[in-house]
Design a protein around this ligand. Structure first.
Ligand code: 6GU
Length: 244
């Protein structure tokens, strides 16, 4: 899979060369190229921003360098998917991560300042699939940290990147796990600072262990993320609602 990132701070993406994603780059499962947007400017100051039409605070990224960058990185007829990082984008989730893991070519545009001139997304959409994407309801200074998050999330879903693929299926938010949060986990020692590992996990009884883990996952999800619960697991919520 080929991944191109465009940013005015390409060094921000350096940590991708570490750990599992770094290994995937070394072994060729991921071909990562990080580009400096300013390489597509033509003035002496390598200008990428300007004041917003209509007034207001801050600066907006000019469309020309982005347009030229995308022309160079995605020649006409290339099958590519463009992600534009913005806090007003569609929420990133595990479903989108899984989609991206199956793409041959992903381009990630990291905006800074008050964002990228809106015509860049509009024009790109005539030539490739475009998603404006946010990683959560908070504001970052730019899309670089979000790009790190998104690349790590989809890279680990590419076959061969993770040693034991079974660990993918069980964890939080995996699609075939009803979107429950993960149950609590324990390892040795069985007693630590007066706290005991739940008895059932030492029992060796696989049926009871599976049932216990499911109960804990449902309970944790109900408490922290009730909106994730499938309808079948939401009966308690309905029971405590006063009759009308
Ligand atoms: Cl993708 N970019 C910025 N600048 N802030 C964010 C974000 C992205 N996602 C959440 N906050």
């Amino acid at each position: 899979m080929r991944v191109d990132v465009v940013s005015i701070f390409p060094d921000y993406l350096a940590p991708l060369r570490l750990s599992l994603v770094g290994k995937a780059i070394e072994t060729g499962l991921i071909d990562l190229a990080v580009h400096d947007l300013r390489d597509w400017t033509h003035d002496r100051h390598r200008t990428v921003d300007d004041t917003p039409y209509g007034g207001g605070a801050g600066m907006v990224m000019r469309p020309e360098p982005w347009g030229e960058a995308l022309d160079d990185l995605v020649p006409a007829g290339t099958d590519a998917r463009l992600l534009i990082m913005t806090p007003s984008g569609r929420p990133f989730d595990q479903r989108l991560a899984a989609e991206l893991a199956a793409e041959p070519r992903v381009i990630i545009a990291c905006g800074r300042y008050e964002g990228i001139d809106a015509r860049v997304a509009e024009h790109a959409a005539t030539r490739m699939r475009v998603d404006e994407v946010s990683i959560g309801d908070y504001v970052l200074n730019g899309g670089e940290a979000a790009a790190l998050v998104i690349i790590e999330a989809f890279a680990r879903l590419i076959p061969g990147v993770i040693g034991n693929p079974e660990s993918l299926a069980e964890e939080s938010h995996s699609a075939d796990h009803d979107q429950l949060l993960e149950y609590p986990v324990y390892t040795k020692p069985a007693a630590w600072r007066g706290l005991e590992v739940p008895e059932v996990l030492l029992s060796g009884h696989h049926g009871r262990i599976t049932a216990w883990r499911h109960e804990r996952a449902v309970e944790l999800t109900r408490r922290r993320r009730p909106e994730l619960l499938p309808d079948a697991e939401r009966t308690d919520e309905l029971e405590v609602r006063p009759a009308v």
